[in-house]
Design a protein around this ligand. Structure first.
Ligand code: FES
Length: 619
């Protein structure tokens, strides 16, 4: 029989609440999601993070599961916290959605400095001011549409129905004539008067974790506004596999994912237009890049088989749709261009990175590493271009780390380890948790100090060799090895912030995924690191990490000074190039056909390479 479940939905503690009937054998998380209540499930409900934690405020608190004990720890369990995904109450209870860590001012890498000046502008969006002769006698057998089509020089049947609604007024309202906007021989809009100078477009990068939308003027290439947000699908799982599992063979859940991202894109349209004073109806072209799963979900395509061997995408070619088909609130007939895909886990974002970095040009071998929840590695020159996916998971974003958080206000983003641990936080605020770049610095510093060994083991037994202040931070609590990064009160911390043995393992898995992607491509191409002329670090996280720490933990190879370079949000820059230049969009097509996908899991040497890459380099 169903039991009454009350969820206090506002983590700040206001009275907002929802009353639900919880069916038998249903978790609090499943019931909350079914009712449309946002409870973040970073690990997709597998009991491997703490994001779904709720606090019991009334009713019997169920005994903790192993997941509760491992993830939440004794203190939180005693305070009545449980993981919503693991908890199936059998009697009436009231739970409070836990306050998330303070995650304002995310460090999501925006659109970059823009691409104006890097390309000859030829967006394909054409506007002309025309005076159309209107039907003026009854026996004159013609129509508004035929006159318009004749003036533009196309067949009436090729004018989309969407532009007809406002056609009679547009043709008659302004003596100056009408402005006809077209793209690739197709009329997109007919507007009264002269609007020839109003020509805008959007470049959209839909990542697993973050989404970046940039508004550009299509004649000058000027970047007018850019906005970035966390992908709102993340409440249904932080990584791609969790997201695919959520939608797998479940059209209702696929619809939820799609609605979330489409809703966010319309918010972004409203924001960039407001910020720049551009009317949405003047946006005529959009270029979208994203990984294969994001691409499919955005189009409403079932991604189930992308998550099942042999991980085939449903489609790979470039696709262009009308904005109204995606419910985008811009000119209804605006062209929304999806760049092509390479494989199930190497998507249009990788194509955009290759395009923006010109990896396929020149004789020198160069490598681009897009570090994200679903990372990608590309290696190439004019002779050959190969790519693989490197699913790092959410550890670099602070996911599945005991006191991890995203790069937001209060996150420890820099750490120095000498005779003690010293931290810096984003916004110089009181520390709330530790983000990816801080985690890298911390582990790199602890490796150098000897507090962690090359296998990743926290050296409790050998701690006496450490300087006293550092030694006191290396502790064994129950069965768990920990490094106490901050004690309550230290550097303004409101609570203890620790690095656990499991956190180190999560980091090893994440860095192992990227490092083995790099190693595999070198292996397949038969080149040693010395032959890689340059390594380009791209992506939201890539631009914030310390190169020295990344090398120290073995995330990237040690190529020597000056050969590793940050290139910003290369996927977004690639989308901007295609927005401003049709030849660049054609180049993306050619690139997608040229990129050879290397499937890591299928390669006989991968397992050994991955195991090697999990370890840290010996000093
Ligand atoms: S532990 Fe519940 S969603 Fe991760």
């Amino acid at each position: 029989m169903a039991v009454a479940l009350t969820i206090l939905t506002d983590p700040r503690g206001t009275d907002a609440r929802r009353e639900l009937a919880l069916p038998p054998a249903t978790s609090i998380l499943a019931a909350a999601h079914a009712a449309g209540i946002d409870v973040t499930a970073t690990c997709g409900g597998r009991g491997r993070c703490t994001s779904c934690r709720v606090k019991f405020v009334a009713g019997a608190v169920p005994p903790p599961t192993i997941g509760d004990e491992v993830q939440l720890g004794d203190a939180l369990v005693r305070e009545g916290y449980r993981l919503a995904c693991q908890c199936q109450p059998t009697e009436a209870v009231t739970v409070q959605v836990a306050p998330p860590l303070e995650e304002t001012s995310f460090q999501i890498l925006g659109a970059g400095a823009g691409v104006a000046g890097r390309v000859r502008i030829d967006s394909g969006v054409d506007k002309q001011l025309l005076k159309i002769s209107l039907p003026h006698e009854e026996h004159h057998q013609t129509s508004d549409l035929e006159e318009l089509a004749a003036a533009v020089g196309i067949a009436a049947a090729d004018v989309p129905a969407g532009v007809l609604a406002g056609l009679p007024q547009a043709l008659r309202d302004d003596p100056a004539g009408v402005t006809v906007t077209s793209f690739a021989g197709r009329i997109l809009a007919v507007e009264r008067g002269d609007t020839t100078s109003m020509r805008f477009g959007l470049a959209i990068d839909v990542g697993t974790t973050s989404v970046v939308t940039t508004l550009l003027e299509l004649t000058s290439g000027e970047q007018l506004a850019s906005v970035s947000s966390l992908n709102p699908q993340a409440v249904f799982g932080a990584d791609l596999m969790s997201r695919i599992a959520f939608a797998q063979f479940n059209p209702g859940n696929l619809r939820k994912l799609r609605t979330r991202i489409l809703g966010l894109l319309n918010q972004h349209v409203a924001e960039v237009c407001r910020a720049s004073g551009v009317l949405p109806k003047w946006v005529y072209k959009v270029v979208v890049v994203g990984n294969t799963c994001m691409h499919h979900v955005l189009l409403g395509i079932d991604p189930s088989h992308v998550g099942l061997a042999p991980y085939a995408p449903v489609m790979r070619h470039a696709l262009t749709l009308a904005a109204h088909e995606l419910f985008l609130k811009i000119a209804p007939e605006a062209r929304v261009c999806f760049l092509p895909i390479v494989a199930g886990f190497v998507g249009a974002d990788a194509v955009a990175v290759a395009l923006a970095t010109h990896l396929d040009e020149g004789d020198a071998l160069r490598m681009a590493v897009d570090i994200g929840t679903n990372g990608e590695v590309l290696l190439g020159s004019s002779a050959r271009l190969i790519a693989c996916s490197a699913p790092a998971g959410p550890a670099f974003e602070g996911g599945q780390i005991r006191h991890g958080m995203r790069g937001a206000h209060g996150a420890i983003d820099r750490v120095t380890v000498d005779d003690d641990v010293r931290v810096h936080t984003i916004g110089e605020a009181d520390p709330l948790g530790i983000c990816g770049s801080g985690l890298l610095d911390l582990v790199a510093g602890l490796l150098d100090a000897g507090a962690i060994d090359w296998t990743g083991l926290i050296q409790v037994e050998g701690r006496d060799a450490l300087p006293p202040a550092l030694r006191d931070r290396v502790v064994m609590r129950g069965e768990e090895r920990q490094v106490v990064v901050l004690r309550p009160g230290e550097a303004g911390a409101g609570r203890e912030i620790v690095l656990t043995q499991d956190d180190v393992r999560q980091l090893q898995l994440a860095k192992g995924a990227i490092a083995s992607g790099i190693a595999m491509l070198q292996h397949v191409a038969g080149v040693a690191a010395e032959r890689v002329a340059e390594l380009l670090l791209a992506g939201g996280f890539g631009n914030y990490l310390s190169i020295a720490s990344a090398v120290r933990i073995g995330l990237i190879p040690d190529l020597g000074a000056g050969r590793v370079r940050y290139v910003g949000n290369a996927a977004s820059l690639g989308a901007q190039l295609c927005l401003l230049s049709e030849p660049e969009r054609a180049r993306a097509d050619a690139l997608a056909r040229r990129i050879e996908h290397v499937s890591l899991a299928a390669h006989p040497d991968f397992e050994q390479i991955f195991v090697d890459c999990m370890n840290f380099p010996r000093p």
